[in-house]
Write a protein that binds this ligand. Structure first.
Ligand code: GRF
Length: 194
């Protein structure tokens, strides 16, 4: 069975949705580990509650990104992880992981990329006054939210008034779109290896 790792820094609602999808057999893979750069985050609390192995680290304790990514890479290799799923991981992935996991790292972003890259995509959409925004899942490259797009779903925000309302609807989309896209990517890996 394929193995996935989730990287998260924050509240971990996508982590939870993916874990539930794995448990229900909606995602055809094993969830091997949660990696977090914030050992005290809610995502770690959730992983412990769900008995998912965690690898939590303080980036400041390492002299460089390369140094901590090598430690992560060793863990992932030991666990034979096939796919890295970023879910609110607030760091750019460096060459160490990108090289070993070429087209095997994906991210979810709360906008219709290429619009509103980077931080606070919902705030950027509100500021711009757009009627339609959405969610994108994409492959990760060295840029910020620049990798090839895998799937997208639109959200009409013209009748939503507050940031809270928009974020709630964005999360509802994310929690369905991410599991289905993870399956699609895993199926693609099967084909590539035939
Ligand atoms: C999500 O909105 C995702 O699109 C973005 O970070 C947020 C993470 O939320 N990359 P959560 O921690 O999964 O609740």
């Amino acid at each position: 069975m394929r193995k996935i790792a989730i990287f998260a820094s924050g509240t971990g609602s996508n982590f939870q949705a993916i874990k539930e999808a794995v448990d229900k057999g909606i995602i055809n893979a094993e969830l091997s580990v949660l990696v977090s750069d914030r050992p005290k985050s809610l995502s770690i609390e959730k992983a412990e509650r769900f008995d998912v192995p965690c690898f939590a680290f303080y980036p400041k304790k390492y002299s460089s990104k390369e140094e901590y990514e090598l430690v992560i890479l060793n863990e992932l290799k030991r666990m034979e992880v096939d796919l890295i799923v970023l879910a609110g991981y607030m760091r750019l992935i460096g060459p160490t992981l990108l090289k070993e996991y070429n087209r095997r790292i994906i991210n979810i972003h709360p906008s219709l990329l290429p619009s509103f890259k980077g931080k606070d995509a919902v705030g950027q959409a509100m500021e711009a006054g757009v009627d339609i925004t959405g969610v994108t899942v994409h492959y990760v490259d060295s840029g910020m939210d620049t990798g090839e797009i895998i799937s997208q779903q639109e959200l009409d925000i013209s009748n939503l008034k507050t940031r809270d309302e928009i974020e709630t609807e964005i999360h509802k989309i994310e929690h369905k779109l991410y599991p289905s896209t993870i399956n699609k990517v895993l199926e693609g890996l099967e084909w590539e290896e035939r």
